[in-house]
Design a protein around this ligand. Structure first.
Ligand SMILES: [Zn+2]
Ligand SMILES: [Zn+2]
Length: 187
C-alpha cells in the first residue's frame, strides 16, 4: 500500500426511505476499515453523502401527497446522517448530491464536456404510457411488470431484475406494464 492519503467512500443511500440493516452492512465495514487504516498509521479521508436524485425520490414525493422532492430528501438525509452517527459510523463529510455549490457546478461542467466532445446524441426509444389516468409517458421506475426477455420475474423499469435473473432492463422492455402512480395497466 502506498503512503499517499487514502480516500474511502461507499455507495450513496437514496433519500426515499428509512435506513435498514442492508444499508449498515455497507457503512459499518467501511468505518471499520477506515479505523484500521488510521490505527496502522495511514492517512485516510472517509466521505459519503445521500443521493437526492432519481425517480424513486419523485415517486416517494408523489405518494406522500404534496411534499416536494427536495423536502423528502432533506428529511431522509437528516435521518441517515443521525442514524450513522448513532451507529458510530463517522464520516469526515456526509454531503448531499443536491448541493448547489459543489455538485451542481461539477455536474454541469461534466455534462458540458460530454456535449462539447460529441458524446450526447438523440435516440428514439420505446417507453411505457399510462393512458387511462395519468396520461403521461412513464420513466423507468414509474413502471412495474414482468421481466420478459430473460426470466419472467416481477421487475421494475430501468433497473436490474433483482427478483429474478439480475439483468438490466431497458425502458420499454418490461411486459404487462403497470403504472406505479395509479396502479392501472400501462401500454
Ligand atoms: Zn429477469
Ligand atoms: Zn397511471
Amino acid at each position: 500500500m502506498s503512503d499517499s492519503p487514502l480516500l474511502v467512500t461507499c455507495g450513496l443511500p437514496y433519500t426515499n426511505g428509512h435506513c435498514h440493516i442492508g444499508h449498515l452492512r455497507t457503512y459499518v465495514p467501511a468505518d471499520f476499515y477506515v479505523r484500521y487504516l488510521r490505527h496502522s498509521g495511514k492517512e485516510a479521508l472517509f466521505i459519503c453523502g445521500s443521493d437526492n436524485h432519481g425517480t424513486p425520490i419523485v415517486i416517494s414525493a408523489d405518494q406522500s401527497g404534496k411534499t416536494p422532492p427536495r423536502e423528502i430528501s432533506e428529511i431522509y438525509h437528516d435521518h441517515f446522517d443521525s442514524t450513522f452517527k448513532r451507529m458510530n459510523v463517522i464520516f469526515d463529510r456526509f454531503g448531499m448530491t443536491d448541493d448547489p455549490p459543489t455538485n451542481h457546478q461539477l455536474a454541469r461542467e461534466m455534462v458540458q464536456s460530454l456535449i462539447d466532445n460529441g458524446h450526447v446524441y438523440q435516440k428514439t426509444i420505446s417507453q411505457s404510457y399510462c393512458p387511462p389516468k395519468c396520461q403521461m409517458f412513464l420513466p423507468d421506475r414509474y413502471v412495474e411488470g414482468i421481466c420478459p426477455p430473460h426470466c419472467g420475474a416481477h421487475a421494475r423499469g430501468g433497473d436490474e431484475c433483482d427478483q429474478g435473473c439480475g439483468k438490466h432492463l431497458e425502458p420499454g422492455e418490461i411486459t404487462h406494464p403497470v403504472c406505479k402512480v395509479c396502479g392501472e395497466k400501462a401500454r
